[in-house]
Design a protein around this ligand. Sequence first.
Ligand SMILES: [Zn+2]
Length: 236
Amino acid sequence: MSKFKELKKRVYDANIKLKKFNLVIHTWGNVSELSKDGKYYAIKPSGVSYESMTPEDIVVMDLNGKIVEGKLNPSSDEPTHTWIYKNFKDVKAIAHTHSQYGVAWASTGQSIPCYSSTHADNFYGPIMCTRELTDDEINNNYELNTGKVITESFKKENKDPKSSPAVLVKSHGPFAWSYKSSDDVVDLTLTLEEIAKMSYFSRMIDADIKPAKQYLQDKHYYRKHGKNAYYGQKKN
Ligand SMILES: [Zn+2]
């Protein structure tokens, strides 16, 4: 029996959940999750529909871009996933979609400002949009360069990927990562899409809207995250 059986099943379930949440149509998205030892990750196969996919179709990769298990090719975004796992410490799962509101913002090249407590509860500060890739970056190793432009954005803004675990890639769409699981990263992707939608409406109602005040942003973020968090139930 494959030692990756459970990992593949979890990644399969997470990909199906992406579809269930209406975050993808056709084959427009993918989820991956890292193995417990951090050496491998399982990812959706390329171009396989959610309807016909089985847990056996999930492809296991190492962090050098080699297939370790599986008959199919991995998602074409595999180099982006590999790059993020290698460069954002402790990331356990990654999701990418072409969801409507996420893509709408990404296409404009604008970051999503923090307009509400809902945003602040989940992402600290704006959800950043990367710069545009150059012709050369698109021509050679496009998917790897997509990963590089993501990590570059966080470095440039001196932003912690843990406090704002998602990004919009300019003219493309959202990527999100979780420090827990593939199931969690799909929930996070849905949250991101809802925030993208709400922020779009706010901007429509008032084109000159300003971000929520910093004090409220901090209050909402830190009551759920960080060492003095008190939201929810105590874990025993
Ligand atoms: Zn894409």
